[in-house]
Design a protein around this ligand. Structure first.
Ligand code: FES
Length: 317
């Protein structure tokens, strides 16, 4: 476990839909929490090596709480299930201080798109933009009103800047992403978060409409890890250990089995915890964390999921 973790207590837990719990975390001693910016997340330690990242959804000016919205994912590998089963009011837990890998940048107008539980970082962004008097619009896509959390708060706080899209019923309510992208000022920045299919759809539409990569920002919650591909060798230069990474095995696990300490968190290529410098060889990037430009540089690798195009990699660990 990392040093300098916060000890938090579940102050309030509200089941906002059948499978979404909204959870307020406060400092155990009631003191102010470290500040955060919109887009930030915290790592929650759920026991037995289970660490998961959750975006903060409250207004970034607040110092008395961190608010999470956690969807119980039927395909959960343990994270959301552990949150729903154990984080009841009064429960204590360890968490990291906020980290922001999804920050807002300055622009004339900001287009926020959240699919399902991917609305959580968008809410913090909308609060920050509203407080700064900046122009934005917030599109919230959900199957139905019943499945959508935070609705009353969003409607009363953001008024006309909020556009709701419920795609289970009336087709006319669905987000027409092409039309929305087409009407934006040219320096608009787009932010998207949600299920992988939703994100790929929005990002693909922006690409199709020739939006510059630098104006499209995304945060993946979960990702499927493709571990296929032949074996290769990895030398951990600092540790002086060389391992063979077989098909179906990750570099991180091969190194851990050989006694090398490797920091991992999501193990799905989305959080960036495991990124190492590459000294020699060519990575086969499988993560969602590094940008396309960073991947092209081939000097960093997410060792929880990425592999090698060359027979051998030397990494700085
Ligand atoms: S552990 Fe999260 S990207 Fe590798």
């Amino acid at each position: 476990m990392q040093d300098n973790l916060l000890t938090l207590r579940v102050d309030r837990r509200e089941p906002q839909t059948a499978d979404i719990a909204v959870i307020d975390l406060v400092a155990l001693d009631g003191s102010e929490l470290p500040p955060f910016e919109a887009g930030a997340h915290i790592d929650i330690y759920l026991g037995e090596g289970l660490i998961r990242q959750y975006s903060l959804s409250n207004a970034p000016g607040e110092r008395h709480r961190y608010r999470l919205g956690v969807l119980l994912d039927p395909g959960s590998r343990g994270g959301s299930r552990a949150v729903h089963d154990t984080l009841h009011e009064g429960a204590e837990l360890k968490a990291s201080a906020p980290r922001n890998l999804f920050p807002l940048v300055s622009s004339t107008h900001t287009l926020l798109t959240g699919g399902g539980i991917g609305i959580t970082p968008m809410i913090a962004m909308a609060y920050e933009l509203q407080a700064a008097g900046r122009s934005f619009e917030l599109h919230y896509c959900s199957r139905s009103r019943e499945k959508a959390a935070f609705i009353d708060e969003l409607e009363s706080t953001f008024g006309d800047a909020l556009v709701l899209h419920f795609d289970d019923g009336d087709a006319s309510q669905r987000l027409d992403i092409d039309a929305v992208l087409a009407t934006q000022p040219s320096d608009t920045h787009l932010y998207v978060c949600g299920p992988t299919g939703f994100m790929n759809w929005v990002i693909g539409a922006a690409k199709q409409a020739q939006w510059p990569n630098a104006q499209v920002h995304s945060e993946f919650f979960t990702a499927e890890v493709d571990t296929s591909g032949g074996a290769f060798e990895v030398e951990a230069a600092i540790s002086g250990v060389t391992v063979q990474v077989e098909e179906g095995m990750s570099i991180a696990n091969a190194l851990k089995a050989a006694g090398v300490k490797v920091n991992v968190s999501c193990e799905e290529g989305v959080c960036g915890t495991c990124i190492c410098d590459v000294i020699e060889g060519t990575p086969d990037h499988r993560d969602q964390f590094l940008s396309n430009e960073e991947k092209e540089d081939n000097d960093q690798i997410a060792v929880c999921c990425s592999r090698a195009k060359s027979p051998r990699l030397v990494i700085d660990i």
